[in-house]
Design a protein around this ligand. Structure first.
Ligand SMILES: Cc1cc2nc3c(=O)[nH]c(=O)nc-3n(C[C@H](O)[C@H](O)[C@H](O)COP(=O)(O)OP(=O)(O)OC[C@H]3O[C@@H](n4cnc5c(N)ncnc54)[C@H](O)[C@@H]3O)c2cc1C
Length: 384
């Protein structure tokens, strides 16, 4: 349901994004550089503090509104990937952090003094099988000493804090492999060069992702989030929010592709008429539009359930799958509609095409969502 708040949020984000037009993103993309000015402006305007409660200096909004912010960023041709993690990892600190941790970090995150943009889960040898991760945190007095390796840790060079998952009890000593993992808040300002070495990974799109080598990193015990050994549960707790927010980004991308393709199809004249007059061009645009709008309904439903505190695992997962598929279909459609110009950097279609491709794989791959639906919704046998 649209409300005045939603409309004003959309308008505000659109106006802010208009200050960062296509050439800004094109230039950064060519250099694989981080959009520091964009993220700073977004933070100063308070948008990245949407989910932080008002008592800690945030806007105290819900996932529905946070999703609208990310959707509008992508719809404007910008890229939420530069800053979305702050929205979805915030929940771990909010739900499981103690009062002291919240007082210490949240107001500074809200006002932009601290950036919480990095989330350290993935590892080179474990892939999607998170419970097998190898990074070990061993308690020694009032510190954890951490050793291991992480991969695909995005924005690590542009974040002051990182939420990291490490094993605190060896896998052979736990009853269930999901036990014995813990969440640590790592202060990157101290850690880099003193236990963490960062190696950037150049990818097909501009994503500031990196590999982390962790060697005797010391993390104060007071930076443990929640209880030791419950980290996997905390991770799962945050996944529905993540799925909904990512779905919204995909919807934003999908609308961007449909809008750009529609405009181009009206303007581009070949054989003496606009290409959009040909059904071979207009049907794929119409179909992409239908799929984006249908995915949006599932995302709205999932967000409503989430905000009402109701279970929404199936809806959040379905929303992410439908939206990622819809944005990818729209991306393909847009390249086809633009013909040769779909491949030219100056039209931005190829950039957005590369960016939206990621959602099929990260933060969760489509196969893993289908496995979730098959097993947990349909009751089919567990496949892994
Ligand atoms: C640009 C980028 C940024 C990222 N940012 C972060 C980040 O900030 N923090 C972080 O922790 N991680 C991050 N990731 C990691 C991301 O979450 C993983 O890439 C993703 O979860 C998939 O894991 P994997 O790459 O190891 O693939 P794998 O687990 O090796 O899987 C490879 C393929 O096999 C399929 N597959 C695996 N097992 C099964 C199965 N049982 N059934 C069917 N299919 C299966 C997968 O779906 C996938 O298509 C990022 C990744 C990328 C590419």
């Amino acid at each position: 349901m649209q409300t005045e708040l939603h409309e004003s949020l959309r308008k505000g984000v659109r106006e802010l994004c208009a200050r960062f037009p296509d050439p800004y993103w094109r230039e950064l993309d060519a250099q694989r550089a981080y959009p520091t000015a964009f993220v700073k402006t977004l933070t100063e305007a308070g948008y990245l503090a949407a989910l932080i409660p008002e008592e800690y200096g945030g806007a105290g909004l819900h996932i529905t509104e946070a999703a609208i912010i990310l959707e509008e960023i992508n719809r404007a041709g910008c890229n939420s990937g530069a800053c979305h993690a702050q929205m979805y990892i915030m929940g771990t600190l909010l739900r499981h952090g103690n009062v002291e941790q919240k007082r210490r970090y949240l107001p500074k995150i809200a006002n932009g003094e601290l950036r919480l943009q990095a989330f350290g889960v993935s590892e080179p040898t474990t892939g999607s099988d998170t419970t097998q991760l190898k990074t070990m945190a061993v308690r020694k007095g009032d510190k954890y000493v951490v050793n291991g390796q992480k991969v695909w840790i995005s924005r690590a060079e542009h974040s002051d804090l990182m939420l990291m998952i490490a094993r605190t009890t060896p896998v052979e000593q736990v009853k269930k492999r999901s036990e014995g993992l813990s969440v640590l808040l790592v202060d990157m300002r101290e850690a880099v060069g003193h236990g963490i070495a960062i190696r950037p990974i150049r990818t097909m799109m501009n994503h500031a992702t990196t590999e982390l080598f962790i060697d005797d990193l010391e993390v104060p015990v007071e930076n443990l989030i929640g209880e030791e050994g419950k980290g996997f549960k905390y991770l799962l707790d945050g996944l529905n929010a993540e799925r909904i927010l990512i779905a919204a980004e995909c919807i934003g991308d999908g609308r961007w592709f449909v809008e750009r393709a529609t405009r181009y199809a009206k303007e581009r004249v070949v054989f003496g008429r606009p290409i959009g007059q040909n059904q071979g061009i207009q049907f794929p645009i119409a179909k992409a539009h239908v799929h984006v709008e249908s995915a949006d309904l599932m995302r709205i439903r999932a967000a409503e359930l989430f905000d009402n505190g109701q279970p929404c695992g199936p809806e959040a997962n379905m929303a992410k799958l439908l939206a990622a598929d819809a944005s990818w279909e729209a991306a393909n459609m847009a390249v086809q509609t633009f013909g040769g110009f779909g491949f030219a950097e100056e039209y931005d279609v190829e950039r957005k095409f590369r960016e939206t491709r990621l959602y099929q794989v990260a933060p969760v791959s489509t196969n893993l969502i289908l496995s979730f639906i098959a097993e947990h919704v349909l009751g089919l046998p567990r496949s892994y």
